[in-house]
Ligand binder design. Structure first.
Ligand SMILES: [Zn+2]
Length: 91
């Protein structure tokens, strides 16, 4: 139930200007955000229209380049999420 308050949001690499500039690069890192808010728990501001995935996929692997693997998860978000889940309330 608590997990539904959060969602995964992608931090994209900025595509080089040579590629058009407005184009989005591949996913650099997955952050955990409060649902509907483009600011990660670690404080990283994310694009409002960044790719969003359900929180349940944090612990699973997805096929292809956008896999939410260990190396693509934001460690700071993981810590903040764990703290929030266990209700420490500490800021
Ligand atoms: Zn983060």
């Amino acid at each position: 139930m608590t997990s539904s308050q959060y969602e995964l949001r992608a931090e994209h690499r900025v595509a080089p200007a040579a590629a058009g500039g407005a184009q989005r690069g591949p996913v650099h890192l997955w952050h955990i955000c409060p649902a509907g808010r483009p600011v990660a728990l670690c404080g990283e501001p994310l694009e409002p229209d960044a790719e969003v995935r359900p929180m349940s996929e944090w612990a699973t692997r997805l096929p292809g380049d956008e896999s939410i693997t260990v190396t693509r998860r934001c460690a700071a978000c993981a810590d903040a999420y764990a703290a929030a889940r266990w209700g420490s309330g500490a800021e």
